[in-house]
Design a protein around this ligand. Structure first.
Ligand SMILES: CC(C)(COP(=O)(O)OP(=O)(O)OC[C@H]1O[C@@H](n2cnc3c(N)ncnc32)[C@H](O)[C@@H]1OP(=O)(O)O)[C@@H](O)C(=O)NCCC(=O)NCCS
Length: 181
C-alpha cells in the first residue's frame, strides 16, 4: 500500500488531513463565501468534517482520491484543501480546491495547484487533469489560467447550486502540455 504523499512548495506544505483538523475545516469551509464557489454544504453540519477526513484514507487506497490539507509552512496553519478525484481507467482526474477566506489573494491556490499538477502527472501518471469552476467565480478561473491550463468551454446550466442552475467553466491540462510548458 502506497504511503500518503507530502508535497512542499515555497510557502506551503500539502499533507494528509488528520482528524484533529476537523474543527478548523468546519470553521473555514463553513463560511458562505467559501461554500459559494464549491459544493461544500452550507450551513456546514457538525460531524461532516470528521466524516470527510475519515473517508479519505480508504479513497486514497482505492486510487480514487488524493486530497491534501494546505498548510502554511512557516506557521503550520491549515488554510485550505486541494484534491484530485481520479478515474484510473482513463488516467484522468478532476481537481478541486478551496481556501479559507482570510487567505485569499496571496497566490496560495496558484502555488498549491502547480504542486498538485506536478504530482498528478509525475507521481500518478495521469494523462489529463481538469478543473471546472462556476462562472460566478472568476478568481478560480484566474488561478487555472495562471498555471497554464487550457480553457475548454462553458457547460451551460450544468449544475444546480443553492436552487439555481449555474454555468460551469471548464479548464484542463494534458500531460504533454505540462511537459512542454
Ligand atoms: C478560488 C480560490 C481558491 C482562489 O484562491 P487564491 O489563493 O485567492 O488564488 P490566487 O491568489 O492564487 O489567485 C487569485 C487570482 O484571482 C484574481 N481575482 C480575485 N478575485 C477576482 C475576481 N473577482 N475577478 C477576477 N479575478 C479575481 C486575483 O487577483 C488573482 O489573480 P492575479 O494573481 O492575476 O492578481 C479562493 O478564492 C477560494 O477558495 N474560493 C472559495 C472556494 C472556491 O471557489 N474554490 C474553487 C472551486 S472551482
Amino acid at each position: 500500500m502506497a504511503a500518503f504523499p507530502t508535497l512542499r512548495t515555497k510557502r506551503l506544505l500539502l499533507r494528509q488531513f488528520q482528524s484533529s483538523d476537523a474543527p478548523e475545516v468546519q470553521r473555514l469551509a463553513g463560511v458562505k463565501e467559501v461554500a459559494a464557489g464549491t459544493f461544500l454544504p452550507h450551513p456546514y453540519p457538525d460531524g461532516t468534517a470528521e466524516q470527510w477526513i475519515a473517508s479519505q484514507q480508504e479513497e486514497f487506497d482505492a486510487d480514487t482520491l488524493v486530497n491534501f490539507a494546505i498548510v502554511l509552512l512557516t506557521q503550520e496553519i491549515l488554510i485550505g484543501s486541494i484534491g484530485l478525484a481520479i478515474v484510473a481507467e482513463h488516467q484522468h482526474a478532476r481537481m478541486g480546491y478551496w481556501l479559507g477566506l482570510p487567505y485569499w489573494n496571496h497566490g496560495y491556490a496558484t502555488e498549491a495547484v502547480q504542486a498538485v499538477l506536478a504530482y498528478g502527472f509525475h507521481q500518478r501518471a495521469l494523462h489529463r487533469i481538469y478543473a471546472p469552476h462556476f462562472l460566478s467565480n472568476p478568481a478560480s478561473g484566474r488561478v487555472l489560467q495562471k498555471v497554464g491550463m487550457t480553457y475548454e468551454g462553458r457547460m451551460r446550466e450544468h449544475y444546480r447550486r443553492f436552487g439555481e442552475f449555474v454555468d460551469l467553466e471548464l479548464y484542463a491540462m494534458l500531460e504533454q502540455d505540462f511537459r512542454q510548458r
